[in-house]
Design a protein around this ligand. Sequence first.
Ligand code: NAG
Ligand code: NAG
Ligand code: NAG
Ligand code: NAG
Ligand code: NAG
Ligand code: NAG
Ligand code: NAG
Length: 369
Amino acid sequence: MPPMTSRTLKSIIYTPLTWSTLHHHDISRMSLFICLMLFSSLSCLFWYSFLNQTLHLQKRPPDVPQRNISILLWHWPFGRSYSLAGDKCLEMYNISHCHLTDNTSDFPTADVVVFHHQEISHGLSSLPLHLHRPASQHWVWMSLEPPVNNANLAQFDGLFNWTMSYRRDADIPIPYGKTIPGGEEHIFKVPANHSCLVSWVVSSYKPEQARSSFYQSLKKYIPIKVYGRWTKEMLSDKKLLPTIANCLFYLSFENSEARDYISEKLWRNAFQAGVVPVVLGPSRATYEALAPPGSFIHVSDFNSTASLAAYLKLVAADRKKYEGYFQWHRTHAIKTYTEWRERLCQICVKYPNLTAKQIYQDLEGWVSS
Ligand SMILES: *[C@@H]1O[C@H](CO)[C@@H](O)[C@H](O)[C@H]1NC(C)=O
Ligand SMILES: *[C@@H]1O[C@H](CO)[C@@H](O)[C@H](O)[C@H]1NC(C)=O
Ligand SMILES: *[C@@H]1O[C@H](CO)[C@@H](O)[C@H](O)[C@H]1NC(C)=O
Ligand SMILES: *[C@@H]1O[C@H](CO)[C@@H](O)[C@H](O)[C@H]1NC(C)=O
Ligand SMILES: *[C@@H]1O[C@H](CO)[C@@H](O)[C@H](O)[C@H]1NC(C)=O
Ligand SMILES: *[C@@H]1O[C@H](CO)[C@@H](O)[C@H](O)[C@H]1NC(C)=O
Ligand SMILES: *[C@@H]1O[C@H](CO)[C@@H](O)[C@H](O)[C@H]1NC(C)=O
């Protein structure tokens, strides 16, 4: 309530009233006018102040309506599109006020425009640089690939406001999976079939990768069952997990050792199959921070592939030791992310916390840091 002066009083009384635009101010103003004609001015001003406040409180809706955030996906990652009809974030993930669109005509009204790296990497012409970019619009650079697969980044300096990647320090982190609280009473039972010790699925084998030389060395000491395009023993989506589940261990070897880069090779191939992962990727400290406690064997814990092989044989022969790698099921669970739509909806969850004014002047520097 502003302090009542003779000027506000005058404006209250003399501002013209029209019935069509009548609202609570007008009602309180009219009653003040009638009051002033009948009673003392001081009591009337108290009455006005009281009435105005009461009407104002009544008029305020119980919930301030939340604005919808509009997210425009400029290209579908790897050319595979999914339906965005309806209110997908609400229907699929219970995230409200989050509108996804892939219609580039929505550019002028989009709050956020998301660009997946693969489709824009070949040149700036794939970006809408010719269109007027609203001042409040944020552009997001999105990639789930490690730095080595994100080519030609220098051209994007000073274009993007936010990053979206598996990295924990991305503006919108979109990991392949995460550890969540929640235990099960009956934990995993060691499979009866011990016929297979270790398996590995590899589609693109490159001798220069660290995981390849590690495999070559490890297989001198223990048999490793290899599936995938490289050995021409492809597994269908349906067969993948049951096949991996036949072996006690799985080589969750990342194709690139990069900060926070832990892919579906851990979250899906090993954990969802219910086998113990042998991990090669970021540091042990990173796995400790992201994976369930005591859930994995890290290659860096061993001086040599011979000692790792010896350890795997030891654990395979010791039921109690093997079961120890599943104790985390009592206190933790995992959640995997596979849907681009779910990842896009995460922008809305994070939106209130994002730095509004921000520009990546050196995107390549950030990606390779
Ligand atoms: C937000 O989007 C929903 C679903 O599309 C729609 O029903 C609602 O009217 C929109 N709300 C606002 C404030 O625009
Ligand atoms: C959906 O979200 C709302 C609040 O965001 C919550 O109250 C409700 O329990 C959620 N529903 C389900 C089915 O998770
Ligand atoms: C995209 O939006 C424009 C304008 O709203 C509309 O005319 C057009 O049909 C839409 N395109 C598609 C593919 O839905
Ligand atoms: C045991 O594992 C082998 C090799 O992985 C597989 O061929 C066989 O079908 C499995 N047996 C059972 C009973 O699951
Ligand atoms: C690793 O090697 C060092 C020195 O070569 C040795 O002292 C240590 O015991 C070894 N550790 C394991 C786990 O084999
Ligand atoms: C946003 O920030 C608040 C305060 O730091 C924090 O409690 C909340 O978890 C954050 N939400 C998200 C989605 O990051
Ligand atoms: C987003 O980045 C663009 C390009 O660098 C910049 O012009 C714009 O001011 C940034 N937007 C915000 C809200 O920081």
